[in-house]
Write a protein that binds this ligand. Structure first.
Ligand code: URA
Length: 308
């Protein structure tokens, strides 16, 4: 039996995750400060360990009633929010998986079928470690001149989901690891929301070295780097690929189209289903895109759950 504080910690975490992602569980009938409601009904005051939850603007209800809506309604009806939350979150750690599987958009139809790069351009490096070692010494394009560290990628070598970003930013260049800055924090939450903890995924980028001032990597730089990604994918053999942002999608699919034109299709990249969604950095700038991104993520979840 979990203690009340463990349950409300789990619920706080869950609500914060949902709020960050714009998921259905943050649909309120009326504005409510869940955190204040919880605090008011918690008999044992304790030190706060979580960041304040920003007020959530009321929006029109969509399908289903999320946990936070239950809390909002219960609070409005005078029932203690924590009791409602505790009852509803007995299985709190499983809620992201359940929410990701709830009312998902249908799996979209097929998109582009791409074989890239050609195998002649892709040496048969034997392991991810070998690729990482070669990437760290790579001098195939001018990005090597300005990098602090190359960022080969990291994660589970047998990952079922492989995530591909554009290229390292400053934090990644300094650490040699992908997605460790603010966008990385959001990416971790996005993955957690579809029950794929970061450590279970493999995370890489189209270009492995930071473009100066975070500019978009040039076509020649992407081309020079693509064999590394191609071989990483061939070695990991994920069930699903997720391209983050227009640049990653364009580079992988070899086509210049808007992100909107590339989303909501199941492309095939070297025989592996590829979904395109917004880059987390773009989601930080434009929170309105979180809801469509949540749809993309739930499509990924369904593809992962598929038997084939
Ligand atoms: N943005 C990316 O595309 N990749 C990273 O690794 C970090 C930020």
């Amino acid at each position: 039996m979990r203690s009340r504080s463990t349950v409300s910690d789990a619920m706080r975490h869950y609500l914060e995750l949902q709020q960050d992602l714009g998921g259905d569980e943050v649909i309120f009938d009326a504005p409510v400060d869940v955190r204040a409601a919880l605090r008011a009904s918690d008999p044992a005051p304790r030190a706060e360990t979580v960041a304040p939850v920003a007020p959530v603007a009321p929006v029109a209800p969509r399908s289903g009633i999320g946990l936070s809506a239950q809390v909002a309604r219960a609070t409005a009806a005078g029932r203690p929010a924590a009791a409602v939350a505790a009852a509803a979150t007995e299985a709190a750690p499983d809620r992201p998986a359940a929410a990701a599987r709830q009312g998902p958009p249908p799996i979209p139809g097929p998109g582009l079928t791409i074989v890239s790069p050609r195998s002649a351009e892709m040496p048969a490096w034997a392991s991810l470690d070998e690729i990482a070692a070669i990437v760290r010494e790579c001098r195939k394009c001018p990005l090597c001149e300005t990098r602090t560290h190359a960022v080969p990628g990291e994660g589970n070598p047998s990952a079922r989901l492989m995530v591909v970003g554009e290229g390292p930013g400053e934090s990644e260049d300094l650490s040699g690891r992908p997605f460790v800055g603010r966008a990385g924090d959001l990416l971790n939450k996005m993955l957690e929301a579809i029950a794929v903890p970061r450590a279970e995924a493999f995370i890489a980028n189209v270009v492995k070295c930071r473009p100066p001032k975070n500019r978009v990597p040039l076509p020649d730089e992407r081309q020079a780097c693509l064999p590394y990604l191609g071989r990483q994918v061939a070695l990991v053999q994920p069930k699903v690929l997720l391209a983050l942002g227009g640049t990653a999608a364009e580079a992988m699919l070899g086509i210049k189209k808007s992100l909107g034109a590339l989303r909501l299709q199941v492309h095939s990249w070297n025989g592996i289903p590829l979904i395109v969604t917004y880059h987390p950095a773009a989601l930080l700038r434009n929170p309105d895109w979180k809801r469509p991104a949540w749809d993309d993520l739930r499509i990924v979840r369904q593809l992962l759950d598929r038997d084939t």
